[in-house]
Design a protein around this ligand. Structure first.
Ligand code: ADP
Ligand code: 5GP
Length: 210
């Protein structure tokens, strides 16, 4: 065993995308419970809070005017209109977390993912799929948080979202929750061993050569 300390690991960004109702929030919650040190990007949205959602924890809930003001001054790393509401990722908290070397998890839609694929090519992009349309419908209805028209709109959009799946590096089918979770966890842990997460490591080991 050698006592040479490796250089500090760089925080990795994991971006999770899925049609609404697939189980993204459920999996994000499990990953954050097991790894509380993972930073989570709290998005801004113009949609109304659901029962139990807390401003500043689940989302920053904004009016359309407030959202547009932030958009105009370039406060978002990405943004999109999703199911008739605006959503955006604030840049500053992400920059701060990355500066501290923290890993960050993003829960955003496919349009936002396409933007981040351009601006954050080192991020890990994961697409989560429902096992079938019938199961997705049953999960959206069973969640009991959205009205029938909202559910129908989300189901219509799901097809378009599924069409973006080939652009992602990893796919996870959320059929059995425990299996899907262990796959997400494996992807997260494997990301820590990518060369881009370990700048200077190779050089530091090579420097031990005579
Ligand atoms: P999303 O964040 O993708 O919109 P949620 O995490 O809110 O989806 O999950 C939608 C509903 O499906 C919730 O009621 C959740 O408990 C349920 N759910 C999530 N994963 C599974 C699974 N593997 N099997 C059955 N139900 C699931
Ligand atoms: P919900 O309203 O169900 O919380 O989220 C609806 C969709 O908006 C989900 O696909 C979610 O991933 C996406 N979303 C949440 N925050 C953001 C964001 O900051 N940017 C983008 N582009 N999509 C987001």
């Amino acid at each position: 065993m050698t006592d040479i300390l490796p250089p500090k690991r760089k925080g990795q960004v994991v971006v999770l995308c899925a049609p609404s109702g697939t189980g993204k929030s459920t999996l994000v919650k499990k990953l954050r419970e097991e790894f509380p040190q993972i930073g989570f990007s709290i998005s801004c949205t113009t949609r109304d809070p659901r029962e139990g959602e807390i401003d500043g924890i689940d989302y920053s809930f904004l009016s359309v005017e407030e959202f547009n003001d932030k958009l105009e001054v370039g406060e978002f790393a990405e943004w999109a209109e999703v199911h008739g509401n605006f959503y955006g990722t604030p840049k500053k908290p992400i920059e701060k977390m990355l500066f501290k070397g923290m890993d960050i998890l993003f829960d955003i839609d496919f349009q936002g993912c396409m933007q981040l694929m351009e601006t954050m090519p080192e991020a890990v992009f994961v697409f989560l799929m429902p096992p079938s349309y019938a199961e997705l419908k049953s999960r959206l209805e069973g969640r009991d948080t959205d009205s029938k028209p909202v559910i129908n709109r989300r189901l219509r959009n799901a097809m378009k979202e599924m069409a973006s799946a080939p652009k992602f590096e990893y796919w996870i089918v959320n059929n059995d929750l425990d299996k899907a979770y262990s796959e997400l966890k494996s992807i997260y842990l494997a990301g820590k061993n990518r060369p881009c997460s370990n700048p200077g490591l190779l050089e530091s080991i090579l420097s031990t050569w005579e």
